[in-house]
Ligand binder design. Structure first.
Ligand code: NAD
Length: 267
């Protein structure tokens, strides 16, 4: 490990599984103190903490629902109590509630928007408040604070049967850019990572049988499914000073899924 985040503290939401888990482990390997936020899977959160501790990292677990304002405020208060401040937020928690559009209930719509978009708003706002309250820490980072939003290729690729999810990620794109524009002068650095298809519980049906995986690979020019470590590595770099001049951008990590792969065979 490069130890690019020594002395910094990171909150990763929804970190008891999948991409959040990999981000927590990757940031801890860079030397960051890590807060693993989870909602309903304490065993998963404990497992992540065990991996980080075995590597010699500092970790705390905090249960909180990112869509609930008081719980988000408690997540930040407990982090500051444990580690003094927050330097990095990885806004990762997210979910799907898929439905054909004509059958989609208001409840399904609101549930996905509440977690994927309002949750990112609440966490980013608390992070920004703490960054501005605390001010610069040039001994640990050139930026006063860093916010990384977990978006998706569905912030720009439409997704039939998932209108709520695609709308939430499209919303994340302009939320991220607007915060970046507003807080740049305070040296708060804000970006997104947009994964393509990554092997996690959220999309198990898309990769668990050879048939479904084969179908998925037709959408991926690089011809492999992404692994959570592919995202963890990019997030660790993006949080570090090596990426200090990247601000207001979405970094797409998708094996070429955004390259209109339907045109591959039209030579
Ligand atoms: P995952 O289901 O393993 O992870 C999502 C995590 O969010 C879970 O741990 C879940 O408990 C947590 N969560 C859900 N609601 C929450 C809430 N209200 N408060 C706190 N935590 C909550 O799936 P994943 O693939 O690792 O997803 C992580 C992020 O990556 C999501 O934002 C997802 O939209 C995004 N993403 C995933 C893929 C992919 O292919 N896997 C692609 C693009 C984007």
């Amino acid at each position: 490990p490069n130890q690019r985040l020594v002395g910094q503290t990171a909150i990763i939401t929804g970190a008891s599984s999948g991409i959040g888990r990999a981000c927590a482990i990757a940031l801890a390997r860079e030397g960051a103190n890590v807060v693993v936020n989870y909602i309903g899977n304490p065993a998963g959160a404990e497992e992540v903490a065990g991996v980080i501790q075995a590597d010699g990292g500092q970790v705390r677990l905090v249960q909180a629902d990112v869509s609930q304002e008081e719980q988000v405020q408690r997540l930040f208060a407990q982090t500051i109590e444990a580690f003094g401040t927050v330097d990095i937020l990885v806004n990762n928690a997210g979910l799907q509630k898929d439905s054909l559009f004509v059958n989609m209930t208001l409840e399904q719509w609101r549930f996905v928007l509440d977690v994927n978009l309002t949750g990112q708003f609440l966490c980013a706002r608390e992070a920004a408040r703490e960054f501005l309250r605390r001010g610069p820490r040039p001994d640990v980072s050139q930026a006063t604070g860093k916010i990384i939003c977990m978006s998706s290729v569905h912030e720009f690729i439409p997704w039939a049967g998932h209108a709520n999810y695609a709308a939430s990620k499209g919303g994340v794109m302009l939320l991220m850019k607007s915060i970046a524009q507003e807080l740049g002068e305070y040296k708060v650095r804000v970006n997104s990572v947009a994964p393509g298809a990554i092997r996690t519980p959220i999309n198990r049906m898309a990769w668990e049988t050879p048939q479904s995986l084969n179908h998925l690979l037709k959408l991926i020019p690089y011809k492999r499914i992404g692994e959570t470590s592919d995202i963890g590595a990019v997030v660790a770099w993006l949080a570090s000073d090596e990426a200090d001049y990247i601000h207001g951008q979405t970094i797409v990590v998708d094996g070429g899924m955004a390259l209109y792969p339907g045109f591959e065979d039209n030579g």
